[in-house]
Write a protein that binds this ligand. Structure first.
Ligand code: 5AD
Ligand code: SF4
Length: 469
């Protein structure tokens, strides 16, 4: 199947431009847009498009909501905590709108893919002007121009198969790092997850469009490119082009240029040996696999609708370790899924010991309205979830420390990201395994690659010294 493609509609961009130009004349400066992002990399990538659209309509970007004439909040709905935080931030914008009634507040992203949240914003946040669903950033110019022209507030629901829009301008946050979406949406319906309900069914971009984007980035000097999708291993399924994800990875890695190629996320049921072969054989592909296991108990995996067993998961991991012995592996873990017994939880601790992940992203199960797991009767008490969560982190910290110490004395090529977030006297950068290394680096600029020897390691940090520039 060929996905429905749409183009930007210039009439709406031009309508907003008329407003921004008039604003510029009246205020002797352009109006400003503030784009605020919660959640995952897909949202970060979408926000770069929203910022690109805002610029193309005549806005300047700003870092402070108080100075903005347009605020766009790009929200997340994966856990309740993210939603609560977002709603409280939107709540604070009431005061800014009171000062400047011309301010437009738009909300997009996964939170407003849910009907009950759209209704909540409509009824209880009267200063929110409009919402549009995740996966449809191209709706911004139309909704904004209509609202600026005095149109009513609108709260647009998502579609099952939103069209793909290839010509949205992108404002990239970084000059040396970039996201490239290869597919959108998800068909998996893991029983805990809200994503398939708010982002619609899987849609793959055409390989030519992806390759053209990567080529442009490589030519612009971008050094680190991450291919994004909710489940990249479903790439190309049910399409009329004959290209699965491992083939796409090989084709993209053949693009000329000095860049590292990453990808996420891989669903273990769809990760193939061919994918692992591509990681092993393509020089540009980073030796890192993010392979979220979620639980170490087959019983819980089944209730999660994950379609793999611990043994089939470990088989893939063993193959990776045989093919790429120094590969880094990371995972997502959920603790306290409904019905999780102490025995199930011990099985999760056990898979941590077997897999020896470099790092995990761990989450306390958060019931999401409308998902099957939220309706399951055997929900786990809050204190049990917290206690298991603490034990999980403790074990992973031990493993990470052991693994980090094994790296002392080894050398890595590191792409400098900027000033260290832990100590501003130092710089930090990332290895191809996505490990962050802190180092002293006078004269090193963001985007430079340096050769570092690891000199010290603790649970949370690796320290290195420069060998050559
Ligand atoms: N509760 C807790 N964690 C969740 N995740 C997704 N949905 C939930 C939920 N309802 C986690 C999964 C997923 C990661 C992005 O977020 O581990 O891989
Ligand atoms: Fe959610 Fe599962 Fe889809 Fe990932 S694969 S987005 S966890 S439903």
């Amino acid at each position: 199947m060929q996905e429905k493609k749409i183009s930007l509609q210039p009439e709406y961009i031009n309508a907003v431009k008329k407003y921004t130009e008039a604003y510029g004349v009246a205020h002797a400066r352009a109006p400003r847009a503030f784009v605020q992002t919660f959640g995952c990399q897909q949202n970060e990538a979408d926000s770069e498009r929203l910022a690109g659209l805002a610029k193309s309509m005549g806005y300047e970007l700003t870092d402070t909501p108080e100075s903005a004439q347009l605020i766009i909040v790009n929200t997340c709905a994966v856990r309740e905590h993210a939603e609560k935080k977002t709603l409280s931030v939107i709540g604070q914008y009431k005061h800014i709108k009171a000062e400047d009634p011309e301010l437009i507040i738009a909300v997009c992203g996964c939170m407003v893919g849910q009907e009950h949240r759209r209704n909540e914003l409509k009824m209880r946040y009267p200063y929110v002007d409009f919402t549009f669903p995740p996966a449809s950033p191209q709706m911004l110019p139309k909704l904004l121009s209509e609202r600026l022209a005095g149109g009513r507030r609108v709260f647009v629901p998502g579609e099952e198969r939103p069209p793909i829009c290839e010509d949205i301008p992108v404002h990239r946050e970084s000059k040396h790092r970039a996201w490239v979406s290869v597919m959108y949406g998800c068909n998996n319906f893991c029983t805990y997850c809200i994503v398939p309900y708010v982002r619609g069914r899987e849609r793959s971009r055409a390989p030519e469009d992806i390759i053209a984007e990567v080529r442009g980035l490589a030519e612009a000097g971008v050094r680190d490119i991450t291919l994004l999708g909710q489940n990249v291993n479903s790439y190309g399924k049910n399409t009329d082009f004959d290209c699965d994800f491992s083939t796409l990875l090989r084709r993209v890695s053949e693009v000329d240029g000095d860049f590292r190629l990453r990808f996420m996320t891989s669903h273990p049921k769809d990760a193939t040996f061919a994918l692992i072969d591509a990681i092993a054989e393509c020089d540009k592909v980073a030796k890192h696999l993010h392979l979220p296991v979620q639980s170490g108990s087959d019983r819980i995996l089944e209730r999660m609708n994950r379609h793999y067993s611990v043994e089939s998961y470990m088989e893939k991991l063993d193959y990776l370790r045989a093919r790429v012995p120094d590969a880094a592996v990371t995972s997502d873990i959920i603790v306290g899924f409904p019905g999780e017994t102490e025995e199930d939880f011990l099985a999760t601790l056990d898979i941590l010991r077997r897999a020896r992940y470099d790092r995990i992203f761990s989450f306390i199960y958060s019931p999401r309205r409308g998902t099957p797991a939220a309706e399951m009767e055997d929900q786990i008490a809050g204190e049990v979830k917290s206690e298991r969560f603490a034990r999980l982190i403790e074990l992973q910290n031990e493993i990470t420390l052991e693994k980090n110490r094994e790296l002392v004395g080894k050398t890595f090529r590191v792409l400098c990201d900027g000033v260290s977030r832990t100590n501003e006297k130092y710089l930090e950068g990332r290895t191809e395994h996505d490990r962050i290394v802190i180092f002293e680096g006078e004269g090193i600029a963001i985007g430079d690659t340096v050769e570092l020897e690891i000199t010290k390691a603790d649970t949370f940090n690796l320290f290195g010294k420069i060998l050559e520039k």
